[in-house]
Design a protein around this ligand. Sequence first.
Ligand code: ZN
Length: 223
Amino acid sequence: MRSDTFVELMYRRLHGELQTADYIGWADALLEQGCMLPEIAEMASFAFEQAPDAREVERYFLLCAQQLGLRVPQDEYQATRDHWAQTCEQILDGRVGLDDGVARLHAIDNDCGYHLMLPWNDLSDYDGAVHWHDQRRQIAAEDINRLGREAYVRLLTRQFAALCRLPQAALPACFPDVWHCIACGHEHHRATDTAQRAAPCPGCGAPDTLKNMRYLENRQYML
Ligand SMILES: [Zn+2]
């Protein structure tokens, strides 16, 4: 059973954008897809009521989610990462075009300023030729010039989906705006907006295991 709409619903629910009618519409769509769960039929039947009780609909919704084995995220960031991951997967399987998908990822972020979104902002900087005039480094430029934009964006999409699927605790705070040692896990907070991709680790002393996580190839070590 497709649960695309469910992930989107969960995101909108935690962002306070969900109406009672959206829940009912979700149940209705499942019915049409052949879902036989009595609770789903019960929920869809709220559509016949003039003013369905929002709390009652929500209660049914949570019951249905439980019956269907769907995870209901409790925090906004989790719901955002689920929605990002699913959008990436839709890009990768061709259901959503590349540039349309990238625009959707930015819309999901909704200017919340999550650090995880940084690689996509670096791509936007490249696309907008931002930074050339003010001497700041355009992080994605070298890799895009080497790989070609489409191949780069596809790699980024695949990687981002996997990063979003990791438990939040698996990544350092501020990731990927951080230097992280792939040998000892040491985190180092200094500017990542630099051409330098690796450095000696102050934690374990290894010569080049402290990686600048702004770079695509270094983030692969986290997966
Ligand atoms: Zn180290």
